[in-house]
Each structure stands twice: as structure tokens, then as C-alpha cells.
Design a protein around this ligand. Structure first.
Ligand code: C2O
Ligand code: CU
Length: 479
């Protein structure tokens, strides 16, 4: 019963979450009552990445399972205990989940580093359905680069009925011939487009084959969890619609109606596609069309009896229930993505002997050198021991419009923690309005996003992991 659950919550040491009302007054704290409790332990796993007859690679994974996947219903109150089984410090970040700041997993800003053998308990309200993922927020190039990534699907019982629902998790690997890792970062990559892996995989395999009946409605959840690569996702041989971006539903868009028939997606971005298997029993191919060498990563093979009554048009997901910013009243900020300037490098708010600055350095949440900046500020790296001042001081519950201008020669997928923002427009006019947690900003482009600020210290960074670790990360303080 409800009362029994509330009692259990108290026994867990209930968490108080303060949320403001329209008038700005704090509501009574609501207790967090877990409905699902689990543990995620980082450690080694093995994967045959070079081929069946070649040496295996020792990768990193949660619970020994490459791309460990959680499927939980919308409304779950998740108590997830992260156990660090690595021999270096780490943390766990649930990418794209809107949650109280203290569970965001960003040392030293929101929590201390989780030392080897240590643990940290995250209390997460999974209210937004969709396709999410989780990863460490420390030495990400090294840890996520070696495979430490998991998938979180928040299921919505109101979704239309698909005949299949498949995850396609894309990641490249930098491998030597003996199956070991090549250096995961090189200055030439970190200071330019990133250091690419040459071994491409989907769900840890070279390609996948899925079978579906002619006329069937297949939902594909495509995740780019690579550290570096930008991909142009397209479908050949079937009608297909984009039905969600970063987990959040949008009005279905036919892939054929998008420029070049593809959706361009940087690291950390996800899409849900609805593919209708053709009635004529032909195969369907899903690929990354960006590289000169097209990577056909998934084939949908027709099998079984054709569907009796194939449907027409797209199957739309229930509309995303997310706060939309008040664009009239919104406060405007503009931040430029640049190569690091001397000024950006100097712009550290905390002296090196400040405890927070020291924690930052001790946490190895710093890269080797500084190549990039965001809003004339570079995150700590190299021997610059300190934390930059926040890019903006914001007010909880207030609306913001943020312009992100890319003055570099490379695309950058920019991610804001703790919020789902509205992508309002692009100077190149290439983006439909949609909700997202990460947006790709092309060279020479300005993209505008808007959101209602949630209290906490939230990082705002490029998700090309080498870029974030060499300067392209800042943070907002929302009070
Ligand atoms: Cu995927 Cu700062 O996160
Ligand atoms: Cu970048």
C-alpha cells in the first residue's frame, strides 16, 4: 500500500527534494521512495573485437557485461549504487536524466571522486521515457574509451505497439594487433577532430542482423556512444521516421524529408527510428553514411509471414512532457566555442590551493593539455590547477535562451547536464525544433537552445571526450 511504501522510504533515509512552485516558494520536500534497487560495478570484461580468430580485448564494462542494459518503466524511483571496481578513481553519470544535482556524478563539482573499491548511491526519478545511457565522468577518454558505457531504456506503457524494439549501440575501438588498446588520445587528435578508432562496432559486434516480418513496425534505438566520431544515420530499403531525439519524442519526421535523408549525430546523441519493413520481402540496411566507406551496421532481414494488416504512416510516441521555456521572458546568453586563447587559459576562478581546485586535480578529471574553450573559459587541464568560474549564474525556475556559436573548424556535440533543452533553431536552418540533451554545432554555425533552469551546478561541455578534457567544458550555477 501507499502507506507501507512511504514507511519504506523513511527507512531508506528519505531524500528531500525541494521544488519551487509557480510563486517561487519551496514546496514541502517529497520523500524519495525507491521502487527499484540495483548495483552497477565497473570492472573488466572481454570482447572479441578483432575477429573470432584474433586475440580478445580486455575492455571495461558494468557488471562484466559489455554495454550493460537496464530497461525500467517510466515512473521508476531508481536507487543505483555505483561500485568502483577499477584501479583508478571514477564516478557514474546518467546522461540525459533529469535529477537532483547531487546524483549527477560529476566530481568534484557534485560529489567526491569514487575511489577504487568505493561506492556512491544515486537516487534517480525516471520520469522521462526514452533512450538514455550512463558512463563515468572522470578520465572519460580512458574509461568510456575502453568501453565503460551502459544503456538505460525508460519504457513508456503508453507507447504504440511496435513488433520489435532493438538497441543499436555504436562505438569504435582503437586496437593494436594483439587486441590491446592503442593510445586513446593523441595531441593531434585532441586538438583537432579527435582521435578515431578504426574498429567499428554495433553492440560490440562488427554488424548485426535482425529479423522481422514483411510489413512489421520496428523501433530502432540508435546510440552513438563513441568518444569521437560523428555519424550520419540513414536507412535504405524501407520507409523510416525519426520519432525521438535523445529519448524525447518529436512529431515523426520522415528520414527522406531530412537534408540528405540522414540524421547527423555526434557522440552521446541518440535517436529512435520507426522502420516499416517493406511488404515485398526486401532487406533493409541501416548505416552511417558520413565516412567515404559507408558503415552498414545493421540489416533487417525479412522473415516469417507478412504482417496481416500492415499499418500506414508513422507510429508517433506520446508527446514529451517537458518544461518549455518562456521565450519572451527568457534571459539570453551567448557562448562561443573556440580554440583556447591565453585569456581563457588564465580564467580560473579558484586558486590552485583551494580545496575544490585540489579535489579537481586529484580526481584526474583533468586532461593533459588545454586546446579548447567555451565562453572564453577553459576547464582545468595540464598544470593549470583550478576550477573556472561558472559561465553563468542562473535562477531556478527562470527561462534561458543560450546561443552556442562554433568558431572552430570542427563540429562539437554540446551537452548540458540535468536538463532537457529545446533546440530552438540553427543559423543554418537545418534542425527541426525538438527536445534534446546534446546538440551538434557545426563549424561556423550558431545553435540556440532554451530551457527552464533547475537548481544545481551543471556542467556544459563538448561530448567529444578529448575536447571536454582539454578545455571545452564549463558550468552553470543555478540557485
Ligand atoms: Cu554524457 Cu557530461 O556527459
Ligand atoms: Cu568538441
Amino acid at each position: 500500500s501507499r502507506r507501507a511504501l512511504l514507511g519504506a522510504g523513511a527507512a531508506f533515509g528519505a531524500l528531500a527534494v525541494l521544488s519551487p512552485t509557480r510563486t517561487g516558494q519551496a514546496r514541502a520536500p517529497a520523500p524519495f521512495v525507491p521502487t527499484k534497487t540495483l548495483t552497477l560495478k565497473s570492472g573488466d570484461a572481454e570482447l572479441k573485437l578483432l575477429g573470432p580468430d584474433k586475440p580478445a580485448t580486455r575492455i571495461l564494462a558494468y557488471d562484466g557485461t559489455p554495454f550493460q542494459t537496464l530497461r525500467l518503466p517510466r515512473g521508476t524511483r531508481l536507487q543505483a549504487t555505483y561500485v568502483n571496481g577499477l584501479d583508478e578513481g571514477s564516478s557514474l553519470h546518467f546522461h540525459g536524466i533529469r535529477m537532483p544535482n547531487e546524483y549527477d556524478g560529476v566530481p568534484p563539482l557534485t560529489q567526491p571522486l569514487v575511489e577504487p573499491g568505493g561506492r556512491f548511491v544515486h537516487l534517480l526519478p525516471l520520469d522521462d521515457p526514452g533512450t538514455f545511457f550512463f558512463h563515468p565522468h572522470c578520465d572519460e577518454t580512458g574509461q568510456a574509451g575502453r568501453g565503460l558505457v551502459g544503456v538505460l531504456i525508460v519504457e513508456d506503457e503508453r507507447d504504440p505497439k511496435f513488433d520489435a524494439d532493438e538497441i543499436l549501440c555504436l562505438k569504435d575501438w582503437r586496437l593494436a594487433e594483439n587486441g590491446g588498446f592503442l593510445p586513446l588520445t593523441e595531441p593531434d587528435g585532441a586538438s583537432k577532430a579527435g582521435t578515431f578508432g578504426a574498429t567499428r562496432t554495433v553492440n560490440g559486434k562488427p554488424t548485426v542482423e535482425l529479423s522481422a516480418a514483411p510489413g512489421a513496425d520496428v523501433r530502432l534505438r540508435v546510440l552513438n556512444v563513441d568518444a569521437t566520431r560523428i555519424m550520419d544515420i540513414g536507412v535504405e530499403g524501407a520507409e523510416a521516421w525519426l520519432i525521438a531525439v535523445d529519448g524525447h519524442a518529436l512529431k515523426p519526421v520522415r528520414l527522406d524529408d531530412l537534408p540528405d535523408g540522414i540524421w547527423r549525430m555526434g557522440p552521446a546523441q541518440r535517436i529512435d527510428l520507426h522502420v516499416r519493413m517493406p511488404a515485398d520481402g526486401k532487406r533493409v540496411s541501416v548505416g552511417d553514411y558520413r565516412a567515404a566507406d559507408i558503415y552498414h551496421f545493421a540489416t533487417l532481414v525479412p522473415s516469417g509471414k507478412p504482417k496481416r494488416k500492415p499499418r500506414r504512416g508513422p507510429l508517433a510516441l506520446p508527446a514529451a512532457e517537458l518544461p518549455f521555456p518562456d521565450l519572451e521572458a527568457a534571459e539570453f546568453h551567448s557562448f562561443t566555442l573556440q580554440q583556447a586563447t591565453d585569456e581563457a587559459v588564465k580564467n580560473l576562478g579558484l586558486p590552485p590551493d583551494d580545496p575544490l581546485a585540489k579535489a579537481l586535480v586529484a580526481s584526474f578529471c583533468v586532461g593533459a593539455a588545454t586546446y579548447w574553450s567555451i565562453g572564453q573559459t577553459s576547464w582545468a587541464a595540464g598544470d593549470r590547477l583550478g576550477l573556472p568560474p561558472p559561465l553563468a549564474a542562473m535562477k531556478e525556475g527562470r527561462s534561458y535562451r543560450i546561443e552556442i556559436k562554433n568558431e572552430t573548424r570542427f563540429p562539437h556535440p554540446i551537452h548540458l547536464h540535468g536538463h532537457a533543452f529545446a533546440v530552438l533553431g540553427s543559423s543554418k536552418g537545418r534542425l527541426p525544433r525538438h527536445f534534446a540533451d546534446t546538440v551538434l554545432v557545426q563549424p561556423g554555425e550558431a545553435v540556440e537552445i532554451g530551457f527552464v533552469a533547475v537548481s544545481g551546478d551543471w556542467v556544459f561541455h563538448c561530448h567529444i571526450l578529448e575536447h571536454m578534457e582539454t578545455g571545452m567544458m564549463g558550468w552553470f550555477r543555478v540557485v
